[in-house]
Design a protein around this ligand. Structure first.
Ligand SMILES: Nc1ncnc2c1ncn2[C@@H]1O[C@H](COP(=O)(O)OP(=O)(O)O)[C@@H](O)[C@H]1O
Ligand SMILES: [Mg+2]
Length: 637
């Protein structure tokens, strides 16, 4: 069964990689001891004990039935009557034990399910966070796995459900096995036709439904769309636009459609075919094969009443070896999170897994042993992009093409260019979220690829265009600039003051401890401009802890050109002596930077000080005059 399942699921997903390598239930069983070895062992023991009670009950009923005829004549006072009472007592005890086992098993499996859910989340998070670069996370393949690992790809079946259902499945199966065993009381061959018929039929059904689940797991695109639409409606960020544009009904309708399409294969309905009819015929024949001789033997008196009763129950009991419908279906679907989590846990492991390229050997780039640069990589002289070429995986044209750029240490550089020119991409390469396809980036002559990404990044603080607004305390929002360092009140206060965030903090009801979101008790929302101050403080807190390269990548989207110019000027004042990069598509806001690079067509088109560039009369000069007119226009308005 495992072999079959593995062969099936090794099929490629639509996104290009196999989604699950192991049958979900196998993967689940392997995960359980990781979640809790103690609870897994306990649960296994309980399930086995419970399984033993099922045939015991069958035998006890048989024993009771066997003693009834004699006692019926002799009365309860007789030896036969006492035999009946004893048999009844034993039956009652077994029954009671059986009843008591259920809550114990349910309690244990619920506790194990809770642990498993945490384990799966932890594996998923660690795996997703492990790749040093961003590339391994791009694309729909990882998105599919993430959906499944969170139980959302199976239409919201949490993985824990598989654990609470599994003991029931095992108990039912073992009861089936023991029923088959009890048929030996009639004849050695009696279990064979029934076991074969039920197992063949069950496999067939299981295979069909599993095929549906597998093909579903290959691409969860529709479900992801549904999830996205639902989150738009339920999470706050879109509330304004949804109301203004009246998108509500559209969202509900499209969510419903995407959800029903996305889960259709999971419904697992299929038409019966000839094979199913053959299975059914086989099942009827197997029953006839056993029941006819059994009845004849009982009627002839060759089989005692006790044995006949046991065997009749056992015949019915073998059905537990067949298809268990919902139970099996639920487990297979809920367990789909297990192989997905395992695959995600492997993200970033092995050659190339980080998404970053190792230093090419023998390319001349790594000639000689790599000298540890001063300060472990922080540049004392310059960071250089040398003939850097970079293309996003899903793009035809390169975004950066033979880009040469020098960022002198300890001074400020402005990177200007139109929207989409590749400015943010330059910053991403600098922070090693991606590596160049050709060329190299060096710090004081050392290829960045020779440095561990983590230690290189400690030198860099970036306020991105889309910086994060953590719905956590103001303190956490700022101290994330150096999360490994013990929170340092002086450094926090100093970063906040320099970023102009102290006014924001003074206005918070609970100061530094205030959650910056109304979705949390005692929390409050702050304005876009205030968020920007907090984000700036975060970067400056990183500087307090040793970051020497500071980047502002247009975190100024909602600022007008004048406010952006003011912020950048303030910032240049604040960061004198640091290696600073200001990014903007508004040429007029960065004229005070020591050097300005104008990015166009994937490379630096013009470069120099503001005055030099103006004097050159090129595109920078033209764009600048155009935008400067706006600036002065606003000033006069
Ligand atoms: N993750 C990505 N995948 C594919 N293409 C991207 C990605 N990020 C940016 N691009 C594309 O690369 C080009 C440069 O983008 P970007 O560096 O963000 O420009 P800028 O910051 O100058 O506005 C754009 O054409 C953009 O669409
Ligand atoms: Mg950008």
């Amino acid at each position: 069964m495992r072999g079959l399942a593995r062969a099936r699921s090794s099929g490629k997903s639509a996104a290009g990689g196999p989604v699950s390598d192991a049958a979900p239930v196998t993967a689940l069983l392997r995960l359980l001891p990781t979640a809790s070895a103690r609870l897994t062992g306990g649960l296994a023991a309980l399930v086995l004990l419970d399984a033993a009670l099922a045939p015991a009950l069958t035998v006890a009923i048989g024993a009771l039935a066997g003693r009834l005829p004699a006692a019926a004549g002799a009365g309860l006072d007789s030896a036969a009557g006492r035999g009946v009472l004893t048999a009844f007592g034993v039956l009652a005890l077994i029954y009671l034990a059986n009843v008591l086992m259920d809550p114990v098993i349910a309690g244990t499996s619920t506790r194990l399910a809770r642990r498993l859910a945490a384990t799966v989340s932890r594996m998923t998070m660690r795996g997703t966070l492990r790749p040093a670069g961003q590339a391994p996370l791009d694309g729909p393949r990882v998105a599919d796995l993430l959906m499944l690992a969170q139980g959302r790809g199976t239409g919201q079946l949490p993985v824990g459900l598989a654990v609470t259902a599994l003991p029931r499945l095992i108990a039912v199966r073992l009861a089936g096995v023991s029923a088959a065993g009890l048929l030996l009381l009639f004849a050695w061959w009696a279990p064979i036709p029934l076991v074969v018929a039920w197992v063949v039929m069950g496999r067939r059904q299981d295979r069909a439904t599993r095929r549906a689940a597998d093909s579903h797991a290959g691409t969860t695109t529709e479900l992801r769309r549904a999830e996205y639409l639902r989150s738009l409606a339920l999470e706050g960020a879109a509330a304004k636009e949804i109301r203004v544009f009246g998108l509500g009904e559209w969202l509900v309708e499209h969510f419903t459609r995407a959800w029903l399409t996305g889960t259709r294969e999971l419904a697992g309905r299929r038409r019966a075919d000839v094979g199913d009819l053959a299975c059914l015929a086989g099942l009827i024949a197997a029953h006839a094969l056993v029941l006819v001789p059994l009845t004849v033997a009982a009627a002839r008196g060759d089989l005692s009443v006790a044995r006949t009763t046991i065997c009749l129950q056992a015949v019915l009991g073998t059905a537990s070896l067949g298809w268990l419908g919902d139970l099996q279906w639920t487990i297979t679907r809920a367990a789909a999170a297990a192989p997905a989590a395992r695959r995600l846990a492997e993200l970033g492991r092995g050659a190339g897994g980080s998404g970053l390229s190792p230093l090419p050997v023998g390319s001349g780039l790594s000639a000689g042993p790599v000298k540890a640069p001063a300060l472990g990589g922080a540049p004392a002289h310059a960071i250089r992009f040398e003939a850097v070429r970079f293309r996003y995986p899903d793009r035809h044209a390169p975004t950066l093409d033979r880009l040469d750029l020098t960022v002198p240490a300890g001074s400020s550089l402005a990177l200007v260019g139109d929207n989409g020119a590749g400015k943010t991409t330059v910053i991403k390469l600098l922070a090693r979220l991606y590596d160049p396809a050709a060329g190299r980036i060096t710090t004081d002559g050392t290829d960045l690829r020779a440095l561990p990404p983590d230690s290189w990044r400690r030198h860099i603080a970036v306020v991105f265009q889309d910086f994060l607004r953590y719905e956590l305390s103001a303190r956490d929002n700022i101290r994330f600039g150096a999360v490994d360092a013990a929170p340092d009140r002086h450094a926090l206060a100093s970063a906040a003051r320099r970023a102009g965030a102290d006014a924001v903090l003074d206005g918070l009801p609970d100061g530094w401890d205030t959650p910056l979101s109304r979705r949390f008790t005692g929390g409050t929302d702050i304005s876009g401009g205030q968020w920007q101050r907090i984000a700036l403080a975060r970067a400056l807190y990183a500087v307090e802890h040793g970051a020497r390269i500071l980047v502002l990548d247009e975190p100024t989207a909602h600022l007008d050109i004048r406010a952006e110019a003011e912020l950048y000027e303030q910032f240049l004042d604040l960061t004198r002596g640091l290696t600073t990069i200001l990014v903007s598509h508004r040429f007029a806001t960065v004229r005070l930077a020591d050097r300005i690079c104008f990015l166009d067509g994937g490379r630096v088109a013009e470069e120099g000080t503001h005055d030099e560039l103006l004097a050159a009369g090129g595109r920078y000069a033209r764009s600048f005059s155009l935008q400067a007119a706006t600036l002065t226009g606003e000033a006069h308005a």
